[in-house]
Design a protein around this ligand. Structure first.
Ligand code: FES
Length: 147
């Protein structure tokens, strides 16, 4: 049994401790907003926050989480959309939408650390892959969220 804190709640899971956090979230905790894309840390579809930092949950074994706080897309904007979500809607960013929860998690963490990123900094920080190619709208939405 492993105890972890997800979206502000203490949760107990029986998954093997080497199970990637991605699968613990999806399969054990019923939080399907975090997506599986590549499984090898390249696409960013599985991005969540651990203690407020963006991480690719397919690369984090359950045993590495410990007492740190995990936040998923399901908890973002509870009680009101955050500025990234508002900008995403305003710019109509998603096409198929599959990668977007990971994108929003990555961008929210970026703007927490760097509230006014340049386009160069955005391109360096957001390496998530969007197969629909919505990158121009993503950059526009980040600029809008950054104000
Ligand atoms: Fe984790 Fe692609 S599924 S980076």
């Amino acid at each position: 049994m492993t105890e972890l804190t997800v979206n502000g709640k203490s949760r107990k899971v029986t998954a093997d401790t080497d199970t990637p956090l991605l699968w613990v979230l999806r399969e054990d905790l019923g939080l399907p907003g975090t997506k599986f894309g590549c499984g090898v840390g390249l696409c960013g579809a599985c991005t969540v926050h651990i203690d407020g930092e963006a991480v690719r949950s397919c690369q984090v074994p359950l045993s590495d989480v410990g007492a740190r706080k995990v936040t998923t897309i399901e908890d973002l904007g509870v009680g009101g959309l955050n500025r990234v979500q508002v900008a995403w809607i305003a710019e109509q960013v998603p096409q198929c939408g599959y990668c977007q929860s990971g994108m929003v998690m990555a961008v929210t963490a970026l703007l927490k650390n760097n509230p006014k990123p340049s386009v160069t900094e955005i391109r360096a920080a957001i390496t998530n892959i969007c197969r629909c190619g919505t990158y121009p709208r993503i950059v526009a939405a980040i600029a809008k969220a950054a104000g």
